[in-house]
Design a protein around this ligand. Structure first.
Ligand SMILES: [Zn+2]
Length: 113
């Protein structure tokens, strides 16, 4: 499962940051997940709960924030909601656009003790 390797990676980064700060445990982790990051929230949530076992983040409260996708059309210059990576501008039918948000999969914050 793709989400499991992402979860392991996230927890590894969080633990590294906690160790660098000489923390003994991680109490909370907030993660931004883009709507078109290709990640299933439920699967990621489950994977994280497994990945935190026997780590500094074992007791951490995990919060996932879904970041809506948005894109700017290169043809008409307008911004629209992007729910899939491959889309057509709903305003002019243009096929080329810049993705402004929604691809992220990042740790937003980590609380440590
Ligand atoms: Zn357009």
């Amino acid at each position: 499962m793709h989400e499991m390797s992402l979860a392991l990676n996230i927890i590894e980064l969080a633990e590294q940051a906690a160790r660098d700060a000489n923390a003994t445990s991680i109490t909370a982790i907030e993660i931004d997940v883009g709507e078109i990051a290709g990640v299933m929230l439920d699967a990621l949530e489950f994977s994280l709960s497994v990945a935190t076992r026997s780590t500094l983040a074992e007791e951490a409260k995990l919060t996932l924030h879904l970041i809506p996708g948005s894109a700017k059309c290169k043809d008409c210059g307008r911004t629209f909601h992007l729910s899939e990576r491959w889309a057509v501008c709903p305003l002019c039918g243009g096929l080329s656009f810049d993705i402004l948000a929604g691809k992220e999969l990042t740790i937003k914050s980590i609380d440590i003790e």
